[in-house]
Design a protein around this ligand. Structure first.
Ligand code: SAH
Length: 221
């Protein structure tokens, strides 16, 4: 076609359209989630060797031996979380900061924690550059949640535990929702949605996933 770029994947508008199309075709249909994901440039969160693959639907390596999740999984988890504009959200596993940046467009306030100080530092720089002022990120062991800021309307865990950690269940508001992968780290895990109802917790299994493990304690860097 005349006038079209030689490499359509290099054209940002075209790239964004294909990125959103891939999300939709994998079940991310919530328009608020899609709009938030359209506004957050995944390319900013992927550095070095893999930067040119940032718009593909695959997990990619980030610093500290961790990974930025696959965009469609980020979308499906965000959709399952059903974030409301006045919500206070806790994310365990800041990683690159990508998921937190998306949540920041949907929630009133986002608290995010990672056991790697370096990841938190890098993510904070990106949040500042993007003017995302409603995110607070700190280095700490998220398996204990963040009692000082609890309770939360929504909790999302982006690393896999064998079971939903008790402290996180305790820090969920009544009516609150938590989305997390559970299972052994070297096997297929299940993404589950926990809702705190009047009579206790309800569990719904969403789909098989694969995440890095939730590890106790702060990391050395
Ligand atoms: N949400 C991230 C991807 C996270 S990868 C993104 O959007 O890029 C999982 C992250 O969980 C890793 O960065 C890892 O360091 C972190 N993690 C693992 N165990 C943890 C724990 N106990 N407390 C806090 N963070 C933890």
């Amino acid at each position: 076609m005349t006038g079209a770029p030689d490499h359509p994947q290099d054209d940002p508008a075209e790239r964004k359209m294909r990125f959103l199309f891939a999300l939709r075709s994998r079940g991310v249909t919530d328009s608020r989630v899609l709009t938030a994901m359209e506004r957050v440039d995944r390319g900013a969160f992927v550095k070095g060797l893999f930067a040119d693959r940032a718009y593909e639907d695959m997990p990619l390596p980030i610093s500290c031996g961790q990974t930025i999740s696959q965009p469609s999984v980020v979308g499906l988890m965000t959709q399952a979380l059903n974030v409301q504009p006045r919500d206070v959200v806790l994310e365990v596993g800041t990683g690159s900061g990508y998921q937190a940046a998306i949540l920041a467009h949907l929630a009133r306030r986002v608290y995010t924690v990672d056991r790697h100080r370096r990841l938190v530092r890098e993510a904070v720089d990106l949040f500042r550059a993007m003017d995302l002022t409603n995110i607070t990120a700190v280095a700490r062991d998220g398996s204990f949640g963040w009692p000082e800021q609890a309770p939360f309307d929504r909790i999302i865990v982006t690393a896999a535990a064998e079971d939903p950690p008790g402290p996180l269940l305790a820090q969920l508001k009544p009516g609150g929702v938590m989305v997390l992968p559970v299972g052994q780290s070297d096997a297929v895990q299940s993404l589950i949605k926990v809702t705190r109802g009047e009579k206790g917790f309800e569990y719904e299994e969403l789909r098989p996933v694969r995440f890095v493990p939730l590890v106790e304690g702060l990391a050395s860097e």
